[in-house]
Design a binder for this molecule. Structure first.
Ligand SMILES: NC(=O)c1ccc[n+]([C@@H]2O[C@H](COP(=O)([O-])OP(=O)(O)OC[C@H]3O[C@@H](n4cnc5c(N)ncnc54)[C@H](OP(=O)(O)O)[C@@H]3O)[C@@H](O)[C@H]2O)c1
Length: 342
């Protein structure tokens, strides 16, 4: 039974104290900055990094944000929960931007499902009433293990009785920045098929953070699954490539990668993975790559059996093409993580 819808928030009732998970990630760190700017008190629960000395530059930055406390610990550690710094802590809301960094099947179930479930159990025991989850739009067509793990947690959250918002964004800028350097250095832009098989409405880290933080107070985002894209129309990989060449003042140059090549690689890795489990993980990563080469990051219209850009809501003001311009002018390219395809 879902919790009753809260009254419209006022300055006095809006959530004040937030537990943020995944604050060292791309979207988590943008969310931490915004929460701090908006005057929330936040506790970032970070996983311990045994054997390291001192804080990373990002941890130092998080630690310096106004109203922010960093805690190191694992929700799976009963001792940490009962006797550690989280003992007797309570929060108005949890925001989880925590997700597997590798996307391998085992890690996806361990993080996207299990670790989030432990966070939910902590929230329930500590009397937290609201949970905002960063998920992904691709779970609407779940073919990959990490999508199934995310969906399983979404289901658990919906049954929890907490006020929930499940945010399913389209592609992040970092996932669409991998070819800048190769194009800049004179290489062709790589396309699957003709480059129009898929489309997405890229959303910037800051715009997505704004949407997530808005879930704390916007009652219309409560008890909802919320697909969300960035501003402007949907764009294809071909359009991304064309715009990059236009910015560089170069003649467009594309190299087409046949999907059959990916299928062949997946089949070989699947076979080899039966002997070496490490290669089974690589096969899953190749499947993830194939999925994004063939499926759009837009709302899927199950009746019409097609992706629908018009049904994919827009949020924010920062565009991917604006970011391309900034990056080409020398702004730092985003970190792309472990499972970037190219
Ligand atoms: N990339 C895209 O285009 C895209 C599009 C739509 C949705 N999404 C989804 O958005 C979500 C977040 O993406 P992101 O790029 O911000 O993620 P990210 O940069 O990879 O960050 C993941 C965060 O989760 C934490 N984490 C990972 N394993 C953990 C564990 N075992 N225990 C505790 N914390 C753990 C990481 O902490 P450490 O720093 O300690 O590793 C990090 O803070 C993912 O669910 C992704 O599927 C991505």
């Amino acid at each position: 039974m879902p919790a009753p819808e809260p009254a419209a928030p006022t300055a006095a009732t809006r959530p004040q104290r937030i537990l943020l998970l995944g604050a060292t990630g791309t979207i988590g760190s943008a969310t931490a900055r915004l929460l701090s700017q908006k005057g929330f008190h936040l506790v970032c629960l970070l996983r311990p990094r045994p054997g390291t000395t001192g804080r990373t530059p990002l941890e130092q930055e998080l630690n310096s944000l106004a109203g922010t406390t960093l805690l190191y610990g694992e929700l799976s550690d009963a001792e940490f929960l009962s006797n550690g710094a989280l003992k007797n802590e309570t929060f108005d809301a949890v925001i989880s931007c925590m997700a597997s960094r590798t996307g391998s099947p085992k890690d996806a179930w361990r993080v996207d499902y299990q670790a989030n479930k432990l966070a939910l159990q902590f929230a329930q025991a500590a009397g937290v009433r609201q949970f905002v989850l960063l998920s992904a739009i691709c779970v609407q067509k779940p073919l990959l293990t990490f999508q199934k793990a995310k969906l399983a947690f979404e289901e658990t959250l919906m049954q929890s009785g907490l006020v929930y918002s499940i945010v399913r964004p389209t592609a992040f800028f970092k996932s669409l920045s991998g070819q800048l350097e190769r194009v800049k250095s004179g290489k062709p832009f790589l396309l699957f098929g003709d480059g129009t098989l898929t489309a997405c409405k890229p959303i910037s880290d800051d715009d997505l953070a704004d949407y997530l933080v808005g879930c704390l107070t916007e009652a219309s985002r409560h008890h909802r699954i919320l697909p969300i894209g960035g501003p402007g129309p949907a764009i294809t990989p071909l359009q991304q490539g064309e715009y990059l060449f236009h910015l560089l003042g170069k003649k467009p140059q594309f190299k087409r990668v046949p999907l059959g090549l990916m299928d062949f690689i997946i089949a070989v890795l699947d076979l080899a993975g039966k002997i070496l489990p490490r290669l089974a993980d690589k096969a899953e990563l190749a499947r993830i790559g194939r999925y994004y080469a063939t499926e759009s990051m837009l709302v899927w219209d199950a009746q019409a059996k097609r992706y629908d850009a018009d049904k994919t809501p827009n949020h924010g003001s920062q565009t991917l093409f604006g970011a391309y311009e900034a990056w080409l002018k020398g702004e730092k390219l985003p970190e792309r993580g472990d499972h970037a395809v190219f």
